[in-house]
Unconditional design. Structure first.
Length: 289
């Protein structure tokens, strides 16, 4: 049984774990690592978020009158995926519903996570399929943690994010229960640029529920940076743990319960609804250079 897959395009080398179908390494041709290596401050690299993104009130999934335990970001990140396809520059992993998943999420599903290298770029595609007879409610998200500072860069404050479009906000934060706070905040951007400092993240992640951009560049002067693009995902989270050396750039389709929301999954804001027999794809790409 495969525990880890390594792929290389000559310009980029990646490693993917069967545990969570999680990207675990992203190196350039010189061997420089661009992905956070799951240190003690946060023991993950780039988890797949499914079937929820963020936290539910009381860590409880409500489906009509039934309730189910559901921890933050769902169970996919802690599930073992099956490797169903592998080549020199691509691989594909699969997770299907089981008695264990239905104890927390009473729906049939198939979740595929595919990794494809092309030159200096990695494309990750999440495909959700509904094999059931009713509507499948779900959220899905990417959570890659990139090194901060980047290899060869100076201090953290030299880094910035440049958005594809001007982002006027608002930005949303999480309350003490991990729910979306009811009060929006301004986004400290100058034109298309967000200067990065640790204190930006001391209250919580920065959440853009409807960003104008579908592309951004994360870089510091004089170093190789990262361009991140996404399709299908409607929201964006930016997060780091103060004191740790990573920055998470997270395209999402879904988000945590709003603090003022008390309903069930069918009414939850941000949920994707997938009809019987249908599939939906969500893609993000990172390019080095």
């Amino acid at each position: 049984m495969t525990d880890r897959v390594t792929l290389s395009s000559g310009q980029v080398t990646i490693a993917v774990q069967a545990a969570g179908a999680e990207l675990a390494s992203l190196r350039d041709a010189a061997g420089q690592e661009f992905l956070w290596q799951a240190g003690p401050e946060w023991p993950r690299h780039a988890p797949v978020l499914f079937p929820i993104v963020g936290r539910l009130r009381d860590d409880t999934l409500r489906v009509g009158h039934e309730i189910y335990p559901m921890g933050q970001h769902g169970f996919a990140r802690d599930s073992r995926f099956e490797l169903v396809e592998q080549g020199a520059e691509h691989c594909r992993f699969l997770l299907v519903d089981s008695a264990a998943t239905r104890a927390a999420y009473p729906f049939a599903f198939r979740l595929e996570v595919a990794y494809v290298l092309h030159g200096a770029s990695l494309t990750v595609t999440h495909t959700v399929h509904n094999p059931g007879e009713g509507t499948l409610p779900f959220s899905i998200g990417a959570h890659p943690a990139f090194r901060w500072p980047l290899p060869g860069a100076g201090g953290k404050n030299a880094h910035r994010i440049e958005f594809e479009q001007e982002e006027s906000g608002p930005a949303w934060r999480l309350d003490e229960n991990g729910l979306i706070d009811a009060t929006p905040q301004s986004l400290p951007v100058h034109g298309r640029n967000l200067g990065l400092r640790e204190d930006l993240f001391r209250p919580s992640a920065i959440i853009l529920l409807n960003p104008a951009s579908r592309r951004l560049r994360y870089a510091a002067p004089g170093t190789k940076g990262l361009e991140v693009t996404w399709q299908g995902f409607s929201h964006l989270g930016l997060w780091m743990k103060p004191g740790a050396e990573f920055l998470c750039i997270e395209p999402w389709a879904g988000y945590a319960d709003p603090a003022q929301f008390w309903g069930d999954i069918w009414a939850k804001p941000g949920m994707e609804m997938l009809g019987a027999g249908e599939s939906r794809r969500f893609m993000w790409r990172v390019s080095l250079g």
